[in-house]
Structure formats: structure tokens, C-alpha cells
Design a protein around this ligand. Structure first.
Ligand SMILES: [Zn+2]
Length: 200
């Protein structure tokens, strides 16, 4: 069993909220598992750690998809897969991850993560790519740390999007939001301010 830590407080979409578990007897309207108040996020008392994280990640996807780019059912699927990814690869163990892992598992597939001088896809230079068959994720080595993390999560999101429900624009957007969320909550250390560089 992988170690998973639930923080006391979480930052989603620029707002800090404390996390509160309610007594098991308390039932939310519509049998929801989570309720967002202005200062607190209330969770149903019998949620497991994995379910709690899944609800948090789901909220992140719902909060940040302002354009309604991504269908709700796809958000739920991606949130579930992303939670599994974060737990399997030990992101949620309570210790910040300073370096992009050299090896990751995406839905059961192992990938080697390599930083290379040139990433070439169909004769064009790009920042990153993932190859399921060879089990390799390539990241352009010469990127600032935060940008490398975004590129890493870009490839991860492609891998988690098993039904290919996301457009390329959706993947770009989500990888930024995921990186920002993880950095804001000290789950990863990106060595720079993401919001400053968001539009570049
Ligand atoms: Zn892409």
C-alpha cells in the first residue's frame, strides 16, 4: 500500500481552503461526497484517502475548466486516472518531489523518462513526446524547470486520456493546471513562478 497524505489545507484555483472531515452520520444533499464552503472543503467522514484525493483532483478539473472545453464525464475519468497516477508514483506521500521522476507508471505501463537534446516527432522539433511501445517519455533537456514539469505532465495527461477525449488544447490547458496545483500545494517543486509564465 502506497503512503498517501491528506493535507490540512489545500490551494485550488488560487484559493486556500481547510480540509474538514465530517462525522460519518452526516449526509450531504444528493449524497455528494464533498461540499465546498468559502473557507472549508467538507468531506464525507468515510471517504478513503484515495477517494478524498480523487474528489480534490476532480474539483480542480471542474474549477479550472472555465471554457467548458472538456466534457464532465471526461473530467471525472481523467481525475480518477490522475489520482491513481499520483498515488502509484508516490507524489502524495507528503514529501515534495524536487525532480521529475526517471521512471513512471501510467495506468500500468512503465515509462522511462529521458531528457534529450532534441525531441523529434514526425520530422518536427518539439518539447516532449511519449511512445507507448518503447515505453519512453522524452523531454527537451534545455527547458526551465517549471516548463519541463508542464511538458512532463502534458505527456502524462495524454497517457491518462485513454479514450482520447481531450483535444490538444485541452491537454495543454490541463497540464498547466495540474503543474500549478501540485506546485501551489508543495507536492512538487518547480523552481519558479508558474503564473508569471503562463501565457508564454
Ligand atoms: Zn500533446
Amino acid at each position: 500500500m502506497k503512503k498517501v497524505v491528506i493535507p490540512n489545507e489545500i490551494k485550488i484555483s488560487g484559493m486556500n481552503r481547510k480540509i474538514q472531515f465530517l462525522p460519518k452520520e452526516v449526509i450531504f444533499p444528493g449524497e455528494k461526497k464533498v461540499y465546498f464552503g468559502p473557507e472549508f472543503i467538507y468531506f464525507h467522514g468515510n471517504l478513503s484517502e484515495e477517494e478524498t484525493w480523487r474528489e480534490l483532483i476532480k474539483s480542480l478539473l471542474f474549477f479550472t475548466d472555465f471554457g467548458g472545453e472538456i466534457e464532465d464525464s471526461a473530467k471525472c475519468r481523467i481525475a480518477g486516472n490522475l489520482t491513481v497516477f499520483l498515488i502509484e508514483n508516490k507524489f502524495l506521500g507528503g514529501t515534495p518531489i524536487n525532480k521529475i521522476p526517471k521512471k513512471v507508471k501510467i495506468l500500468g505501463w512503465e515509462y522511462q523518462v529521458n531528457e534529450v537534446d532534441f525531441v523529434i516527432n514526425e520530422n518536427e522539433l518539439c518539447l516532449g513526446q511519449a511512445d507507448v511501445l518503447s515505453g519512453e517519455i522524452q523531454l527537451y533537456a534545455n527547458l526551465p524547470t517549471y516548463r519541463k514539469w508542464v511538458t512532463f505532465f502534458h505527456e502524462v495527461v495524454h497517457g491518462l486520456d485513454v479514450l482520447e477525449e481531450l483535444s490538444e488544447k485541452g491537454v495543454v490547458w490541463l497540464s498547466w493546471q495540474i503543474t500549478k496545483f501540485l506546485a501551489d500545494n508543495n507536492i512538487i517543486s518547480v523552481g519558479g513562478d508558474l503564473s508569471e509564465n503562463h501565457k508564454k
